[in-house]
Design a protein around this ligand. Structure first.
Ligand SMILES: [Zn+2]
Ligand SMILES: [Zn+2]
Length: 917
């Protein structure tokens, strides 16, 4: 019996098998569509993980949401392309390989550039696929045939093309500039790659003698070693304390250099002494002031942050050692006049934690304003929408204050800048290496810098589709539809893609039909890289703490998957992902969703067993046995109330789920499906149809019941598929076996609501029956009726049609509520003990407990003692400050909740004791 499911649900085996099947069968590959393609298009670019990456919870959330949206679109008939790939990740990868070399006692420079880069490629070949393999295991439905790597030859060629075009347009320039320099990584890093930390430090006051007078002028600094490179002292023009010193000079202590006193707004009268030192080569603000006043730029440190020959006697010292020595000497010579505690905002390298040094260097820049303008407009006028909406303002504020982008990095791994230098000073920027200098005919050497890694990833929405060639893929798939990403790369990546897209893809789309198919024909331009950006939340631990290695609270998604299965892990992330709130990941939730999968599994087994028996035990699949009804009104053998009800509910839930996914309310979609599948389908429907499937039922009725059951089950699987792709694929195949309509449930149609199947009457009737059954169950529990004991009930109803409804379904009421017999009475039962009344009926459970008063009193007294004891224990713990300080919040919280429950329990027990007298 090939369709039969194993007894126990074991996600590990099922998931690995389907993950492999999807990849091997190329189910999600999308070849270039031929002309005439008019299906609506859905394109999504995977934010490329670093090639050095390992899957973390953030990826897992990101990938789950992307895969849900992608599968949902594909099932709704969109031409759906999800593009995967990895980023070469300049610094990160270089560091990884450097570390590997260090173990062999070697350094990058021992190998030389070429051999080192060779070594990185070698590393990539062995380890670079790890994160994509992990993605495959998650079931990500990407087009693996289109996998890219940002250093691929075609992508590298596009990078050179962009560089050359921007250069030719005058938007790339080379300049001396103060950059954030990491002395450990030996490269410039962008503002975004600097972490700022407030640390206790000192503010030193140094006085400089004014030449030709007996006066001093005092300045304050937190980095005294940089004074060695001072080229002026600035005061504010309006500061009257210094008016008499305008035009004079000071003698720079330790260096004995004469430097001018200038007037500049850099100096503010209200801060400190009102005078500031100016070090153009080592501070960004001073650099600007230096340009205004034509001051020399004296660098006193080298690329390793060691003092250089311009630092006189301090040459060769590390910057911090130099600081100590400079301070000692200033103190000794009487120039250090103040020293106080001060909080310093220290910039550290995001990669390695080394203190960043502002440093003057020659770098390549993109003139950003001409690119930023259209990128601001695109978001302002709604060509790109950002969800949640509060990120729109954050984006706009940042873009309106954007600085030129330093794109060069002093690394070996990355896209080497396509510029060649000649000894005569000529620089050639070209797509291919020039043979010799066009000016003097001399030999040329390629620039040693590489491009910032975000330069190439910023181009991905079009370079992955064949740009700079004009391709059919671009026509069809660009602009991409959606980008799902993390907030932390909104500026690094998202903003740059928008700028590049708007600049290079202007008016690219010619095919009017496709414009129409993409549904955006009214928009003026198709240059934007995506229509919508969805910023997802963060995954935190169960205590809402940010996951971090130092705290030791990092959850490895692969371990969670190992324990509960990918489906359950995906479901957890979807069910907890309310927009705009972070997810406090709790494994107990995942365990609950594993149970959900288990429930579905058991329901499927129940179905297969019954269907096969009713079909005479032939062992063929339900569909081969002819049991398959579409879950729509047409052809549905909806004879019984429960069939009409479930079909109606299904269509309502389908409507709500589709609407929720449309607006990224993943949690609503997941919770709706959960309540439907577990609550309505398994707990009610399966119970209600049992008699129709039972032995001895009429064969005709049994066949209709089977068809409806199989049809609704199959439809519910399709509804659930985007969130739990594995278990749904497994059961779906078993339902069809040899008669599959497609290779995978992933290619089947997503359920859409059919208003004709909405059956208000059936929903209302079912609600009354459920209300009645639940009331009786509650009463039974309150009266402590033994679970197996059947009890008579009395019902009072005003309306004859409700009485008729209950009479027609009396069998179900008796079975599901453990009722022995039903008696309809003429008077209200509301006043009786052991009764419930609702607007439509009163119900009374006829049950008299014979209780042994003495025994009961003893039992209750013991129970009360136990409760009192637990209350005292809890109070002791909650009163212990030491415990409170150490215990996790969830434990404390749990204790508090328990205390409240215990108080209620104590009151209830006491009043029962009193009742006994
Ligand atoms: Zn660094
Ligand atoms: Zn030359």
């Amino acid at each position: 019996m090939p369709h039969e499911l194993p007894k126990s649900y074991e996600p590990g085996a099922i998931e690995a098998r389907w993950a492999e099947y999807w990849v091997k069968e190329k189910l999600f590959s999308v070849p270039t569509p031929p002309p005439g393609e008019t299906r609506p298009v859905f394109t999504l670019l995977l934010p490329p993980p670093n090639v050095t990456g390992r899957l973390h919870m953030g990826h897992m959330l990101n990938q789950t949401q992307m895969d849900i949206i992608v599968r949902w679109h594909r099932m709704r008939g969109f031409l759906t392309l999800w593009l995967p790939g990895t980023d070469h990740a300049g610094i990160a990868t270089q560091m990884m390989v450097e570390r590997q070399l260090a173990k062999e006692g070697k350094k990058r420079r021992d190998l030389g550039r070429e051999a080192f880069v060779e070594r990185v490629w070698e590393w990539k070949k062995h380890y670079g696929g790890a994160i994509l393999d992990q993605m495959k295991r998650l079931g990500a439905s990407v087009d693996w045939d289109r996998e890219y790597f940002t250093m691929d030859e075609n992508l590298s060629r596009a990078v050179r093309e962009v560089f050359v075009r921007l250069y030719e347009e005058g938007l790339i320039y080379r300049g001396k500039y103060i950059v954030n320099w990491c002395p450990r990584c030996g490269t410039a890093i962008s503002d975004l790659e600097v972490k700022h930390e407030e640390v206790p430090g000192k503010l030193y006051e140094i006085r400089y003698p004014v030449i030709g007078t007996s006066e001093f002028i005092a300045v304050a600094t937190t980095r005294p070693e940089t004074m060695l490179g001072d080229t002026a002292v600035a005061v504010n023009e309006k500061d009257e304390r210094y008016t008499h010193l305008h035009g004079k000079t000071v003698l720079l202590p330790l260096m004995n250099r004469e430097i001018p006193i200038i007037t500049d707004d850099l100096a503010q009268s209200e801060f400190g002494t009102g005078a500031v030192k100016v070090t153009p080569a080592h501070d960004p603000n001073d650099f600007e002031a230096g340009l205004r006043h034509n001051l020399p730029q004296i660098e006193v440190m080298d690329e390793h942050a060691h003092m250089n020959e311009n630092a006189g006697p301090y040459a060769g010292l590390d910057r911090f050692e130099a600081r100590k020595r400079v301070l000692e000497d200033l103190r000794e010579q009487g120039f250090l006049v103040g020293e106080k505690d001060y909080t310093v905002a220290l910039g550290k390298c995001d990669r390695c934690g080394t203190v960043v040094e502002p440093r003057l260097s020659t770098q390549w820049f993109i003139k950003i304003a001409p690119l930023a303008g259209p990128a601001i407009e695109a978001v302002e006028n709604g060509e790109i929408t950002i969800v949640p909406e509060n990120y729109k303002q954050i984006y706009l504020n940042w873009m309106r204050n954007i600085h030129d982008w330093c794109i060069s990095r002093q690394l070996w791994w990355g896209h080497r800048i396509p510029a060649w230098h000649c000894a005569c000073g000529e620089i050639v920027v070209a797509r291919e290496a020039p043979a010799r200098c066009p000016k003097c005919g001399g030999a040329v050497k390629q620039d040693t810098d590489v491009l910032d890694t975000w330069f190439s990833s910023g181009l991905l929405p079009f370079t992955t589709l064949g740009w700079p060639e004009k391709t059919r893929d671009q026509e069809v798939f660009y602009p991409t539809t959606l980008l799902i990403t993390a907030y932390e790369i909104l500026f690094f990546w998202v903003a740059r893609m928008i700028m590049f897209g708007c600049h290079f893809m202007h008016g690219h789309r010619q095919d009017a039909k496709l414009k129409q198919a993409s549904g955006w024909c009214e928009k003026k331009d198709d240059s934007v890289p995506f229509r919508q950006v969805y910023i997802h939340a963060l995954v935190r631990d169960a205590e809402r703490q940010k996951m971090s290695k130092t705290k030791g609270n990092v959850l490895d998604p692969l371990e969670v998957i190992e324990r509960f299965g990918t489906d359950a892990t995906r479901f957890t992330l979807a069910a907890m992902a309310a927009p705009g709130t972070d997810i406090a990941f709790n494994e107990s939730r995942t365990e609950g969703y594993r149970n959900f999968a288990n429930k579905i599994w058991n329901a499927a087994r129940f179905m297969f067993m019954n269907v096969d028996r009713i079909n005479g035990g032939t062992g063929v699949s339900p569909v081969q046995a002819g049991f398959q009804q579409p879950a729509g009104v047409a052809g549905f053998g909806a004879v019984a109330l429960e069939d009409r009800w479930l079909l109606s509910r299904f269509n309502r839930v389908a409507k709500e789920v589709n609407e929720a996914l449309e607006t990224y309310r993943f949690h609503e979609a997941a919770n709706q499906i959960y309540d439907f599948f577990w609550g309505e389908f398994c707990d009610w429907y399966l119970e209600l149809i049992k008699p129709r499937l039972a032995e001895g039922a009429s064969p005709e009725s049994a066949r209709v019941a089977c068809s409806n059951l199989v049809g609704l089950f199959e439809a519910a699987l399709r509804l659930l598929h985007p969130v739990m792709p594995f278990i749904t694929e497994e059961i779906w195949h078993a339902i069809y076996d040899g008669k599959r309509p497609s290779q995978s449930i992933a290619l089947a149609a997503y359920p859409q609501a059919d208003d004709r199947s909405i059956d208000l009457a059936a929903e209302t009737e079912m609600a009354i029956l459920q209300d009645l059954i639940v009331s009786v169950r509650t009463l039974r529990a309150e009266l402590k009726v033994e679970p197996k004991q059947r009890v008579p009930i009395q019902i009072f109803v005003h309306q004859p049609e409700i009485r008729k409804l209950i009479e027609q379904n009396q069998g179900a009421v008796e079975r599901l509520a453990g009722v022995e017999k039903v008696e309809f009475v003429e008077n209200s039962l509301a006043k009786l003990a052991g009764a419930r009344h609702t607007a439509r009926f009163d119900v009374h459970v006829v049950y008299e407990r014979k209780i042994d008063v003495a025994g009961e009193r003893e039992r209750l007294t013991k129970e009360l003692e136990k409760i009192e004891k637990e209350i005292a224990n809890g109070q002791r713990q909650l009163g212990n400050e030491n415990f409170l300080a150490k215990a996790p919040a969830s434990v404390v919280d749990g204790l508090r909740k328990r205390a409240a429950e215990l108080a209620v329990l104590r009151e209830k027990t006491k009043s029962k004791l009193e009742e006994l007298g």
